[in-house]
Write a protein that binds this ligand. Structure first.
Ligand code: G6P
Ligand code: ZN
Length: 543
């Protein structure tokens, strides 16, 4: 029995960088989640017998939306739903489950690294059959559908599905499988990496601390790091997922993972410190006494990936988002493989991975991953680092210093100005855009502008064009800054200022990052005028 509920469109159901993200209160409006999910089902490509994966990061409102989504899937003709026990699936695990069980797609309920709770954030993202985020053509079709929606459908049965019990039940003809959210993913990791070598290194004294930030990776990290790899109990910190992440931002950066950072800078630091975000796709890597920027981590992982069994045969290519530093490009050059530069958003890597043009991808926003799934993968990055540490016997600092000595160093920082008045943020972009044509050749302090443009991307596989993906101001010598507006915030606008300075092999390789970036910070202030146009004299977050 199916109920069809008449509906009128909600405004603003436009998916951003990573799905539809709003305050919980917005999602709690009657029919709000339902009309969005119905719009997904109306446009999703799916054949007879299609399966749908559903899971989320365990944040507040997860269970309510999952219960509804399962019954809506039944009413919309899906043959099978796979849902993680307790409504839990990390984003990379969901990507893997979609691929492994050949589902037509999946709904991932998460607002990633944004805080959770009744007054915080929620999100719904649709992933397609390759396991990756829906490409823009699909998200635009979903948005168009949300603006014309006039009804949604839900099965009357199914209210009694027990999300906490692994097993199979039926809603009408639709099979509901509540699955172990961890097992398939942990098995995949065991295929990719040399668990025996890591276990051996742990027995020989390799230590680490993993901060799960009370988010979804707790159960994954406990199973993989403590049970399968033999790290002692307690290696995983904050390992119990909480609906409000314990009141913190589950964002693995130097601000929100401060406790871990302080530990790693102390004399008691283990060999590796790592953290992941709300839905498990981001990672933070800190060695004893040394923070590894996400851009450097991508480059160092790519340069050393051959130590892991899955990548021993070589990489097909390396892809990075435009604001990510060019460190990975130098590795690609040395390996004789292509380096791809895409707009911000993991969805842009999907075509490259599917076409076999890239094996490893990464973003400055703490995302790294490979062709094993179609999402970035926090624990994957941690395990690849562990595999490299175990195989080489070298500490993180030595790996970093040897890398810089070989490739040069891309000093890098990102300044975030959060919750800025939207009009003021637009004004920053407009004012800088207006200068672009005149900038090349001009001197700004000691720097000379070598190029200035608004980044546009043509997908080399499907030809899709994405314009206005960020303003790039490059200087002679390989330094640059980039300005773009975040596509993941839920309040006002967030301006991101990305700063990068390249030092060649014979340059200063052990400098302090912000000191090394001083000239570029000054140039950005002169040209982008963030303080003048927004009143913000300092960033809210520096990563
Ligand atoms: C999400 C996406 C990433 C993106 C990041 C930052 O995590 O999956 O691909 O890099 O958000 O996006 P933003 O638009 O906020 O800079
Ligand atoms: Zn995330």
């Amino acid at each position: 029995m199916i109920t069809t509920v008449a509906a009128t469109p909600f405004s603003g159901q436009k998916p951003g960088t990573s799905g539809l993200r709003k305050k919980v209160r917005v999602f709690q409006q009657p029919g709000y989640a339902e009309t969005f999910i119905q719009s997904v089902f109306d446009v999703a490509e799916r054949g007879e017998g299609a399966a749908l994966v559903i899971g989320g990061d365990g944040r507040f409102h997860n269970r309510a939306v999952i219960a509804t989504a399962i019954r809506m899937a039944a009413a919309n003709g899906y043959a099978r739903v796979l849902v993680g026990q307790g409504g839990i699936l990390s984003t990379p695990a969901a990507s893997h489950v979609i691929r492994k069980y050949r589902a037509s797609g999946g709904l991932i309920l998460s607002a990633s690294h944004n805080p959770g709770g009744p007054d915080e954030d929620f999100g719904i993202k649709y992933n397609i059959a390759n396991g990756g985020p829906a490409p823009e053509a699909v998200t635009e079709a979903i948005y168009a559908r949300t603006q014309a929606i006039d009804r949604w459908m839900i099965a009357e049965d199914g209210a009694d599905i027990d999300l906490d019990r692994i097993g199979t039940s039926l809603i009408g003809d639709m099979i509901v499988d509540v699955i172990d959210p961890v097992a398939d993913y942990a098995d995949l990791m065991e295929q990719l990496f040399d668990f025996a070598a890591i276990r051996e290194a742990v027995r020989g004294g390799l230590t680490m601390a993993f901060d799960a930030m009370h988010a979804v990776t707790g159960p994954y990290a406990t199973e993989i790091l403590e049970r399968r790899l033999g790290f002692p109990t307690g290696t995983v910190h904050n390992g119990t997922p909480l609906e409000d992440f314990g009141g913190h931002h589950p964002d693995p950066n130097l601000v929100h993972a401060r406790v871990l950072y302080d530990l790693m800078m102390s004399p008691d630091a283990p060999a590796l410190g790592a953290a992941s975000d709300g839905d498990g796709d981001r990672n933070l890597i800190i060695g004893k006494g040394i923070f590894i920027t996400p851009s450097d981590s991508l480059a160092m992982l790519a340069a050393n990936a051959h130590h892991a069994p899955a990548y021993a045969g070589g990489l097909k290519g390396i892809a990075r988002s435009m604001p990510t530093s060019a460190a990975a490009d130098r590795v690609a050059e040395a390996l004789g493989i292509p380096a791809w530069e895409t707009p911000t958003g993991w969805k842009f890597f999907g075509t490259l991975l599917d076409a076999g043009k890239a094996t490893i991808c990464g973003e400055e926003s703490a995302g790294t991953g490979s062709d094993h799934v179609r999402e970035k993968d926090g624990l994957w990055a941690v395990l690849l680092w562990l595999n490299i540490l175990a195989a080489t016997g070298k500490p993180v600092r030595q790996i970093a210093e040897e890398h810089w000595a070989r490739f040069g160093r891309n000093y890098y920082a990102r300044f975030d100005y959060e919750n800025v008045d939207s009009a003021a943020a637009e004004a920053v972009v407009a004012a800088l855009t207006a200068q672009l044509a005149d900038l090349p050749g001009t001197a700004v302090g000691p720097l000379t502008v070598s190029m200035a443009d608004s980044f546009a991307y043509t997908d080399p596989v499907d030809g899709a064009v994405s314009a206005d993906q960020g303003l790039r101001i490059g200087f002679a010598g390989g330094s640059r800054f980039v300005v773009r507006l975040s596509g993941t915030g839920t309040q006002g606008a967030t301006i991101r200022l990305y700063l990068e300075r390249y030092e060649p092999l014979d340059g200063i390789l052990d400098g302090d990052t912000l000191t090394m970036l001083t000239d570029i910070i000054d140039a950005a202030e002169k040209l982008a005028r963030i303080a003048a146009l927004t009143g913000r004299t300092a960033p809210d977050v520096v990563t």
